[in-house]
Ligand binder design. Structure first.
Ligand code: ATP
Length: 319
């Protein structure tokens, strides 16, 4: 099915006969595959008698050579999948198989893309970025402190650099435009964090997506914000270079050197919020973050500090 898609991706008309010949199958088999492409990948294909088949709009697929050519400093291997359960899951399997880090896993779509606490990340085919960069960490806990916030900052700066000037941060690691989520980050760790471990930096960015019924909160995409389509290979290259800059600063100087920049870009600084931890809710005002990336809230006039992967921040209606 994906071989057929690659023949069609130029957006030109191709006759059923030519497609069948290229694939070594009958015209009716081509027809069935086209129907599958529409049903499974949500693509729209024009069928015109006498001319053949044409994708409603041309597709640029992920291309590791094009990415590497635009980001020569990122010399990590790039594994590109047409379809995968989750790039983070594949990255964890690759670590298990002994793949040497750093390496990058990308996919055109995820069938079980995930957010924090097992929530789903909507991942339609060839529209967005599903990105998992694996690093080997030897420096112990200090190298992990605030790491997911650093990744958020690098994603935000990449989006701004490409024209999404309103992108900002929401603790701990969402990238928003106004109240709408444009990117999410999920870090996963294997090994001994106090000694040698691997960390998977999972990033999902809404790039060219214009509609979906799979997201149950406000969202947006780079295309919706800017009115233009983006080259995902260029974006992956830009993100890799930005991550190198921020991860380098984090490695050398630690999170305290990045704390102020993160706070300056926190959209909810000073806002009245509720912090949700399971069934518990704590109301307070955002003071900022501490030198390890934990959230500082003023609760009933007293500063309290919160950290941990189970926490969610919501704006209070009266803020
Ligand atoms: P937090 O608890 O920090 O507010 P969250 O509720 O945004 O986080 P995450 O785990 O970061 O949760 O992301 C998963 C959630 O993001 C899903 O429950 C869904 O509401 C939303 N979501 C899923 N796919 C997308 C997408 N492609 N773009 C934007 N939002 C998405």
């Amino acid at each position: 099915m994906l071989t057929l898609l690659k023949l069609l991706k130029d957006g030109r008309f191709h006759s059923g006969q030519a497609l069948g010949a290229a694939l070594g199958v009958s015209r009716s088999a081509v027809w069935k595959q086209l129907q599958l492409l529409e049903a499974e990948l949500g693509l729209s294909i024009h069928k015109v008698r006498g001319r053949g088949y044409q994708l409603a709009s041309p597709l640029t697929l992920l291309d590791s050579v094009a990415i590497a050519g635009q980001a020569p400093s990122c010399d990590w291997p790039i594994l590109v999948f047409d379809s995968i359960d989750s790039t983070n899951a594949e990255a964890l399997r690759a670590i298990d198989r002994g793949q040497t880090a750093p390496f990058l896993v990308l996919a055109e779509r995820q069938t079980s893309g995930r957010g924090r606490r097992g929530r789903k990340w909507a991942s339609p085919f060839a529209e967005n970025i599903y990105y998992s960069l694996v690093l080997r960490i030897e420096g112990g806990m200090r190298q992990l402190e605030g790491l997911s916030l650093v990744v958020g900052l690098a994603v935000m700066q990449t989006l701004r650099g490409l024209g999404v000037s309103e992108a900002g941060l929401k603790w701990p690691n969402d990238v928003l435009v106004g109240q709408k989520k444009i990117a999410g980050i999920l870090l996963e760790l294997v090994g001994d964090p106090a000694d040698v471990c691997h960390v998977v930096l999972g990033v999902g960015i809404n790039v060219n997506m214009q509609m979906t019924d799979e997201v149950d909160q406000q969202w947006t995409s780079m295309r919706l914000e800017s009115g233009r389509e983006f080259d995902r290979n260029h974006l992956v290259a830009q993100l890799g270079q930005m991550l190198q800059v921020y991860l380098g600063r984090h490695q050398v100087d630690g999170f305290p050197a990045i704390q102020a920049e993160w706070e300056q870009n926190h959209l909810w600084q000073g806002r009245a919020v509720s912090l949700i931890a399971g069934f518990n809710q704590i109301d307070g005002e955002v003071l900022g973050i501490d030198s390890q990336g934990a959230l500082r809230l003023k609760v009933s006039g007293v500063e309290k500090v919160f950290s941990g992967g189970e926490l969610s921040l919501r704006l209070r209606d009266d803020s």
